[in-house]
Write a protein that binds this ligand. Sequence first.
Ligand code: SAM
Length: 197
Amino acid sequence: LCMAEKFEIVLSPEELRSRLPEWPRFVIDLSLWGEHTQKEKGKVCLQVIQSYGLLKERFTGRELVVAPANEEFKRLFYGPLDRITAYEGSTAEFLKENGIDEVVLLDPWADEVLGEDDLRAKAFVIGGIVDTSGKKRGATPKIGEELERGGIKVRRRKIVLKGDVIGVPDRINRIVGIILAMMVEGKSMDEAVYGFQ
Ligand code: SAM
């Protein structure tokens, strides 16, 4: 018997899960929630739900963190609020509470491209930003600055297609999907991006 088969026979899913290394957290940072129109807020909620769907397939869904999740978000969010982690404080507060002092921030403005090593991070932070007007151009680095002010070490990383951010979908759930395809399926960045275009 290979190890996986043996585990399947001997252990329940809960027991198996408890023996595996901790799943990484995917934090959707909502600190710029107030800069969105009502329509954009609805789109943020939809993309969070779609991110939950992708994570639930691979992990449990619980590793999806939304912070800070205010009352309006909770009201507009029609997904399973009790099955994700809706944290009321800031992303930095959440991370510190969970003993995480370093994150990979997905940032289209970063100098460095997301690499193999980055995929082993304990937490990935994605901007909970929908930008239909173009007014939030350059908003993601602000999230990084805020995290650093909160005492978190930030590795800013971009996702590129053939070396360029142009052509990479910027929806929150697609960014989650691309990371998962690289992390879980071992796809190259270009393959992963093509899969989510
Ligand atoms: N207008 C925002 C800006 O200029 O920073 C873009 C927000 S984008 C709609 C939503 C989030 O997806 C970003 O905050 C970032 O975390 C992630 N994202 C989008 N494209 C990315 C890329 N090419 N590389 C890394 N992260 C990306």
